[in-house]
Structures are given as structure tokens and as C-alpha cells.
Design a protein. Structure first.
Length: 132
């Protein structure tokens, strides 16, 4: 990640004001939180973002092994929508599932969120009764 530091100096009526702004990179959309929890066989993702532009694109991605991801949902949000929390429910997961969110801006710059994992109930069968 590139770190940059911008030092601004303003001369206002003989008063010098200095401000420092730092950032991790140039993607103007960032996830501030990402949480995941299981609800039976469903996985619920909740997240919040910080947007500095009028447009953001989100891809929710899932993996069974934590390395190979597939996009399971795509949507876009404007600046006002970005100010609200987001959520997504992935129904009927089997075993452990890994999730991340790919965030993009209008210029095509992308950012991947941290990876979160959810464990659902294993599918199989259950013996309810035995009859001789």
C-alpha cells in the first residue's frame, strides 16, 4: 500500500494554517466495518462504508477454501446510499464459507475487504426413529 502525506499551507491574513491528510491508497470507497454471522444454514453479512465519490460498486464474493472466490451478488450505490448500513444474506450454506467484498469506484479502481468466515450446519441426514 502506498502511503502519502499531503501538507497544505494557507496564508490567511498573516495566519499560517497547516493541515495534514493521509490515506492508505487512492480508492475513495472503503469498508469501515464488515461482520458475518450464521443464522441456521444462512450467512448474514453486515457492513458500512465510507464513500468520497457519488458512485460505488460492490461485489459480494464467496469461497469454500478461502483462496478461490466467486461473485454471488453485485450492486451499485450512490453517495446517499453509501451513508446507510448494508447487509446481505447468503441462504443455505454448507459447512464453512469465506466471504469478502470487492469494492470499486467509477474509475475502475478496486479494493478487497478483509475476509470473514461463517460456519453453517453440515448437510446430511438425521435418524428420527428405528423400527425393528
Amino acid at each position: 500500500m502506498k502511503l502519502f502525506l499531503l501538507l497544505l499551507s494557507f496564508l490567511i491574513g498573516g495566519l499560517v494554517v497547516q493541515a495534514q491528510v493521509s490515506g492508505a491508497d487512492s480508492v475513495p470507497v472503503r469498508l469501515s466495518t464488515l461482520d458475518a454471522r450464521s443464522n441456521g444454514n444462512d450467512a448474514r453479512l453486515d457492513w458500512k462504508v465510507v464513500c468520497f465519490l457519488d458512485y460505488a460498486k460492490f461485489e459480494i464474493q464467496r469461497s469454500a477454501d478461502g483462496s478461490n472466490y466467486t461473485t454471488i451478488n453485485i450492486f451499485e450505490a450512490d453517495y446517499l446510499r453509501c451513508r446507510q448500513p448494508f447487509d446481505y444474506t447468503d441462504a443455505n450454506i454448507n459447512g464453512k464459507a469465506f466471504y469478502r467484498i470487492k469494492v470499486g469506484d467509477i474509475d475502475g479502481r478496486i479494493y478487497h475487504s478483509k475476509i470473514v468466515a461463517v460456519t453453517g450446519k453440515e448437510r446430511g441426514f438425521e435418524i428420527n426413529s428405528l423400527t425393528p
